[in-house]
Design a protein around this ligand. Structure first.
Ligand SMILES: Cc1cc2nc3c(=O)[nH]c(=O)nc-3n(C[C@H](O)[C@H](O)[C@H](O)COP(=O)(O)OP(=O)(O)OC[C@H]3O[C@@H](n4cnc5c(N)ncnc54)[C@H](O)[C@@H]3O)c2cc1C
Length: 419
């Protein structure tokens, strides 16, 4: 990586922390990021997803361990389920604390001659060669960048439209629960239970207001609205036993939030010295937020960007634009696909009436093995490795396509060379 490159990352979530980890390792010999064992220790294998009626009668099951399809043998691992808290903790543990500034809310960004400057709510400013907006779905970096582009007449109309919304969602993580009360916790595999409400709002809870009004309210993260929504659903029966209220009572209030879910693919990902990664450019929540698309996409976009930054020739604006365009070209295809599949699966999951029931029944219970494998092959078809660290060997029998090592790796030495 060229020595003058100084990267400002706004956002300390999945994408921002992943990128910080990659940049941290950019010149050091290491076995990829070496997090595998640590992440496996705090995650569980995904075993199945069950759809349940609101009277808690079972309807359909998507079985990740379908007979004749050994996911672990073919792809090397089962999909893993991990609490966001644990993922963030592992990512955070490898970054020197002096490089992270907490409690900063970026309000505005400005491109100057050969740098980009961010301005925070506490009146502090920071300058860098490039700015990475990793500040989530309602990215302030994106909003500032779009404002600047709009004033210059450079912003496509579709990107100027606000995010719409489809679902309100309560999110939180309980304290460790008692396995005696919830025996499912002792299982080796993690199985999701999804209740599809016919009349009652297990899912698809909407409130009044236009998309613009609702987006505005989202940005306030109002704890009262989370409480109101908790009160509205706490009497509902819980598929793991008891009611949702029992689960809510085991969840610290400060980690319960109410968020809005929608899919959107923004077509503008960079301008001058600013670039977006993670949810700031693509949000794909409609499917099921826990489908794993969002965090995976966020981390993959961080890998793609870090690989390109490692090989950047200089820090002039044309060279930065070349790198950002390459990044867009590499990641926009998977981004569009994720939003499309999220949208389609979301529609099927929330389809009401007999037609919806039949559709889900066929999709979940009667999908032939070859069709399941085709879907999984395409999901696992390309895996980008960190180009400046020794490559790992794929563990499964299925061999995905991958990228080439960085041209700056010294041949055979497994050590990345710093410029
Ligand atoms: C309810 C819900 C459940 C989900 N469940 C899953 C799941 O199970 N699996 C999965 O793969 N994905 C899931 N997702 C999606 C996943 O969380 C995101 O796709 C992923 O976290 C995107 O990472 P990110 O780094 O872009 O954004 P985030 O992880 O949201 O991080 C953004 C960061 O930016 C910070 N920030 C925001 N504004 C500013 C500002 N102005 N200045 C400074 N910092 C700022 C925030 O505090 C935050 O730390 C879920 C999403 C939701 C809403």
């Amino acid at each position: 990586m060229v020595s003058k490159l100084h990267v400002l990352i706004v956002g300390c979530g999945t994408a921002g922390l992943m990128l910080a980890n990659l940049l941290e390792k950019a010149c050091i010999s290491y076995q990829q990021l070496g997090m595998y064992d640590e992440l496996m220790a705090v995650s569980k294998k995904f075993g199945a997803l069950h759809l349940i009626q609101e009277d808690l009668k079972h309807r359909n099951t998507f079985n990740a361990r379908a007979p004749g399809l050994n996911v672990e043998e073919i792809y090397g691992d089962y999909t893993q389920v991990i609490a966001r808290y644990d993922l963030i903790r592992v990512l955070l543990s490898r970054i020197p604390p002096r490089k992270i500034f907490y409690n900063k809310r970026v309000l505005s960004t400005k491109h100057e001659d050969d740098e980009v400057v961010i301005h925070c709510h506490d009146n502090t400013t920071y300058g860098g060669t490039i700015l990475v907006g990793a500040d989530g779905a309602y990215s302030s970096v994106r909003q500032n960048m779009y404002k600047e582009m709009s004033a210059l007449g450079l912003l496509p109309k579709a990107d100027a439209k606000p995010l719409g919304y489809d679902y309100d969602c309560l999110v939180g993580v309980t304290k460790p629960l008692d396995p005696k009360k919830y025996p499912v916790l002792k299982d080796e595999f993690c199985e999701f239970q999804i209740v599809l409400g016919k009349e009652i709002p297990y899912s698809d809870v909407r409130e009044n207001g236009t998309a613009v009004e609702r987006n505005f309210r989202f940005s306030e993260w109002d704890p009262d609205s989370a409480k109101n929504m908790c009160d509205r659903v706490r009497h509902l029966p819980c598929p793991y036993g008891g009611t949702l209220g029992d689960i809510l009572d085991e969840t610290p209030k400060e980690v319960i939030s109410k968020v809005m879910l929608e899919d959107k693919f923004f077509t503008t990902w960079y301008h001058k010295r600013t670039v977006l990664i993670g949810d700031g450019k693509v949000t794909c929540y409609k499917m099921l937020p826990f489908g794993g698309q969002g965090a995976t996409m966020a981390m993959q976009s961080a890998v793609a960007l870090a690989n390109l930054l490692f090989d950047i020739h200089n820090v002039t604006e044309p060279e930065i634009a070349r790198v950002f365009k390459q990044y867009y070209d590499a990641r926009s295809g998977p981004g569009k696909l994720a939003v499309k599949s999220s949208h389609q699966t979301g529609s099927v999951m929330h389809m009401r009436g007999t037609f919806g029931n039949v559709f889900r029944h066929i999709g979940f219970n009667w999908m032939p093995r070859w069709a399941m494998k085709k879907g999984m092959d395409s999901y696992n078809g390309y895996k980008e490795q960190i180009a400046f660290l020794p490559f790992v060997k794929f563990r499964g029998t299925f061999v995905p396509r991958t990228n080439k090592p960085s041209r700056r790796m010294i041949s055979g030495s497994n050590i990345a060379m710093a410029v």
